[in-house]
Write a protein that binds this ligand. Sequence first.
Ligand code: FEO
Ligand code: CA
Ligand code: CA
Ligand code: CA
Length: 637
Amino acid sequence: MTADDDDLPIERPLGEPFSEILARRLGRRAALAGIAGAGMSAAVPGWLAAAGKNPSSLTFEQPSHIIENTDAIAAGYRADVLIRWGDPVLIGAPVFDPNNLNAAAQSKQFGYNNDFLAYLPLPGAGADTASTRGLLCVNHEYTNSELMWAGVSGKPKSEVMTAERIRTEMAAHGLSIIEIAKSAGRWQVVSDSKYPRRITTLATPIGISGPAAGTARMRTATDPSGTRVIGTVNNCAGGVTPWGTVLTAEENFHGYFSGDPVLTSEARNHARLGINGRPWYNWADADERFDVEKHPNEPNRFGWMVEIDPFDPTSTPVKRTALGRFKHEGAGVTLSAERRAVVYMGDDQAFEYLYRFVSQVRVPESGKPAADLLDHGTLSVARFDDDGALRWLPLRFGEGPLTAANGFTSAADVMIEARRAADLLGATPLDRPEDVEVNPVNGKIYVMLTNNKSRGTDKKDAANPRGPNPNGHILELTPKGGDHGASSANWNVFLLAGDLSKDAGARYHPELAQHGAWLAGPDNAAVDPKGRLWIATDQGSAQRKNKIPDGIYAADVDGAGRALTRLFYRCPRDAEMCGPAFTPDGKTLFVAVQHPGEGKGSNFETPSTRWPDFKAGPPPRPAVVAITKSDGGAIGS
Ligand code: FEO
Ligand code: CA
Ligand code: CA
Ligand code: CA
């Protein structure tokens, strides 16, 4: 997101002071020497030094490591725009007209700022069709008003963002579900599909289930039942469940609420989540539920993980409160040894935590689990010890500090204030936990820690070994006994990101300078059928300073090429890379180019790029890109 301030840490308002949480962690601190493990190198100067054979299994020719107005892909591959903001999703969607945006049109068109992508084969697809026809579910995280409308840049929102514009923004948020098919090597949207759907913040009813559903703190004037809310918002990343549903994560929901939270009955709760009376948007001008003074419980109905059945366009998506409420980045979904559903989740803000949900009931070998599978189970938070152990600490009402003495009177309270519960349990504050990716090939888990400029040099620990950490790092977790349901795991550092020539703390494969490319801001990731990691980066405003592009950087995770990241796809100027998703055959990689042209001085009139259309007049358009190999082979072959 653009507003860098929103990634800054939040002082824990009550309960154990944050300084004491950190102090206790630091008491366990071991020497940092050797944490990167064997095979990692110190900074290697000499970017183009001559070298021997590339030890990576990835041999594609990298595009140049520079920023340009357009995108670029490795030699031998094609990157085709599949769908752009404003393209039709529903039947009857009007043709995109950047000079006449309106809520009715936007409600039928592809939304703004595509982030997470899920590709799902159609029901009953065989091996021959699973990777050539399927559904694509796309999150639309937020909107850039200054790039959508003329005359907005630099003006107070209250003056230029009219009620109709606000409603258009609300319709540009949410998700799009489209059917796509590959024919003669090219992917296209299926225009006569029965599946397409827009889910919006403006109008889509969403159910609420689990421990918090129907409880007093979830009720509002428009929903006295506390079980139904209009819309999902700031959907960042997500995950696909083994039973074919999609999880979509509500991240920076705080940015939508106006009014003074201190005056409300939920002051402590709102403060811990960054609802501070300084919203990004003026949505309360058009919809008073975004005014916390009038509707103090409305924010409690956002910040959840939402489950969607994309194969039933009439189904009601459900906010699953058993998975806790925080700034949900995404979901890494897998099964435990006993076939319980396991969902790994990051809370994306500086010094926030890594969570894991394990369902009470097992997932059947065949057929769908009960619809309420994700409503019952145990939510835990991670404590990373400096000896390389990770403990999962359960957030159970009535246990340890999670009692009335600390303001928790029910399981609903624990879920609604999951962050505060995790503070009290002594979870480890991390450097902005973004995507968590389960690697089914080696059984490990990869945690993207995007950055943390606020970690002081005195606040380092083994799992967060740099302070400040402007470039981020990736942790690798190994669940005990290979069981994702185990109460502990081991962890190590996979890489420490940054420019090798400037960042003495950067650590990759020792031959990165000769054979790869450095990265910064790991945000999302996907695993290919060979178990290799494809990392999507988001440096935020630092991209202009770093002078390297956000994009896809791929690496082996095991063997001689471990942590040798290579640039595969490069975003156009001022975009971040999101949503990497492979087809099951590994022959297509879908990526989402989010907010091309975002940044200081760039606006509708004079954007920094007009990707992907490059026509005079239309602004840049966030878009999904389908990447294939020109010879029809697997990506990375
Ligand atoms: Fe929406 Fe954490 O990136
Ligand atoms: Ca993200
Ligand atoms: Ca992912
Ligand atoms: Ca991001």
